[in-house]
Design a protein around this ligand. Structure first.
Ligand code: DGJ
Length: 542
């Protein structure tokens, strides 16, 4: 072959591979029907996650015991802090060695990573700021509480704080883009961690004081006017009570008190976090979220971290920009459904980046995907388990992992339901197609020995309708009966019930269920501690 022809071939092959590379989209969120799906490596991706304890990923040695546990629990993603103090120990000098090693090892382990940017704030405080920031309080001012006392919390009103944080985050995003955009080990970003003002509802430092006296910024006024129909009701109510004013300072428009103090802070925290996210996205625009420490009912802002990305102030956060894709809850409170519903009021997808790694986590993980068709779930201090192979969470993740192709194919189409059952709420009714499903805790069965105990373990199931009469039902501790809601004269029977598993999306029946396992054809039972997937075919008779 002549040299000329060889060169042409080299160019063609090069262009082809370049084209292939650029053809793969970076991780992104896409609206699918009425839901939002995360796409990674061009495929839908459900985050079966776990967050590492705060100091765990500070060396690779410390991670040695962690990796096998992740595999044993069927995780596909770990949430890992990136500490500002470690990546920029001297101003302008960045070191990503640890993160390179973590990413390389995660790839070997088949895990994705969601970095948590512990920048200016981590649980309200600024403990992860580098020494050169901490020591220069003139350049990097701190907040002051209502007694004028300085706190170890950087001021969100300081341009110097913003610029320093933003430069570090930009360096991080450049590193991720250059090192990882091909493999896509890094799939989403969390900006800061549990932002919130303590111990007063707002900052009283001079920069904050000056802003508080000024008129409410135009961005807020524009947002509340254009989004009036969509505002969360409690915020709309305050604005309405004060006469829907559109000019004046914060107290003029929203009234005097800690509530307004919190609104004020929420907007400026939101503005700051949005600027960080926006700068990062200019470099590498992957999905970005901020997490909130949920408030306890009855407590005043300041007694809880005031003005974080909480449901009642989410409009103020959104008025600060649109570079943050999702505001998300961290769960150390009960009332999982209550809070998830509050976060979904404006149609936002659900992602749970932190949940206490307790005996309710597994059921709630399944409920996140079943009831909310959510993006992911992640208990905190995931490596804390002593017996990873036996963790209920691992068993649930295994089930979700097997089901993921059919979950992903049915998202946003009204074909997926999830139920949680407890002693307090033993039954939930759901509707799929022409069927009504009564889903009960299996301790409601009078012959179940568990029925007599005081505390019922939380039970959950996911139900996916794959055909008019065909369903896949999986979970732990749920009993289901069916009705035809279109024709009340028809009875619903179980035509065929199989227990089995999926491998690469292909169903394999392992046990045909009948007799006692279906109560002689009366119900479906995914009983406690069995963690099964069942394929169910229904029929009707007169
Ligand atoms: C919530 C924080 O986001 C985590 O980093 C951790 O501090 C947990 N609380 C509790 O330990």
């Amino acid at each position: 072959m002549s040299n000329k022809i060889t060169n042409v071939w080299v160019i063609i092959i090069l262009l082809f591979s370049l084209n292939n590379l650029s053809a793969q989209q970076i991780p992104s969120l896409k609206k699918v029907g009425n839901k939002t799906q995360l796409f990674v490596n061009d495929k839908p991706f459900l985050v079966l996650g776990g967050e590492l304890g705060n100091s765990t990923a500070t060396s690779m040695e410390n991670m040695l015991d962690v990796w096998p546990k992740m595999e044993d629990m069927h995780l596909n993603t770990i949430l890992v802090p990136v500490y500002w103090e470690l990546i920029e120990p001297q101003e302008g000098e960045f070191d990503f060695t640890l993160y390179k090693e973590l990413i390389v090892e995660a790839r070997k382990q088949g895990l994705k990573i969601i970095p948590l940017w512990f920048g200016s704030w981590k649980n309200s405080m600024s403990s992860h700021a580098p020494a050169w920031v901490k020591k220069d309080q003139k350049r990097f001012p701190r907040v002051r509480d209502n007694f004028g006392k300085s706190q170890e919390i950087l001021s969100s009103f300081s341009d110097e704080v913003l610029l320093a944080d933003l430069k570090a985050y930009e360096a991080l995003m450049r590193f991720i883009r250059d090192f990882d955009s091909k493999e896509q080990t890094i799939i989403m970003m969390q900006v800061e961690n549990e932002i919130g003002m303590l111990p007063s509802a707002r900052d009283y430092e001079s920069l904050a004081e000056a802003q508080f006296k000024k008129d409410v910024p135009k961005a807020v006024i524009d947002y509340i006017q254009t989004e009036k129909e969509k505002l969360v009701p409690e915020f709309l109510h305050t604005w309405k009570t004060n006469g829907y004013k559109t000019k004046g300072n914060w107290e003029t428009i929203f009234g005097k008190g800690v509530q307004t103090d919190e609104y004020f802070m929420a907007y400026y925290y939101g503005l700051f976090a949005n600027k960080i996210a926006e700068a990062g996205k200019k470099i590498y625009p992957i999905p970005t979220f901020v997490n909130a420490a949920l408030n306890r009912l009855g407590r005043e802002p300041g007694a809880y971290p005031s003005a974080g990305p909480l449901p009642h102030v989410m409009d103020l956060w959104k008025a600060g920009g649109n570079a943050i894709d999702i505001l998300v809850p961290d769960f150390y409170n009960p009332d999982f459904k209550h809070w998830c519903d509050l976060y979904g009021r404006q149609g936002d997808p659900l992602f749970v980046p932190e949940h206490a790694f307790d005996n309710t986590a597994a059921a709630k993980a399944l409920f996140t995907f079943g009831n909310y068709e959510g993006i992911g779930f992640s208990p905190f201090f995931i490596e804390g388990t002593k017996n990873a192979k036996e963790e209920p969470l691992g068993k649930i993740y295994d089930i979700i992992n097997q089901l993921s192709p059919i979950i992903n194919n049915h998202i946003g189409k009204g074909k997926i339901k999830g139920v949680l059952a407890s002693k307090a709420i033993p039954e939930t009714i759901v509707r799929l197609g022409k069927y009504e499903l009564s889903c009960k805790h299996d301790y409601t069965l009078s012959w179940n020995p568990g029925a007599k105990v005081d505390e019922w373990p939380l039970a959950s199931a996911i139900i996916i309708q794959t055909g008019e009469d065909e369903f896949y039902i999986a979970g732990n501790g749920i009993v289901i009966t069916f009705k035809d809601i279109e024709d009340k004269n028809l009875n619903v029977g179980l035509l065929k019930v199989d227990e089995g598993s999926f491998t690469d999306g292909k169903w394999k029946a392992m046990r045909h269920l009948n007799g006692d396992q279906t109560h002689q054809g009366r119900h479906i039972n995914v009983s406690h501690n069995s963690y099964t997937i069942q394929r169910v075919e229904l029929y009707t008779y007169k």
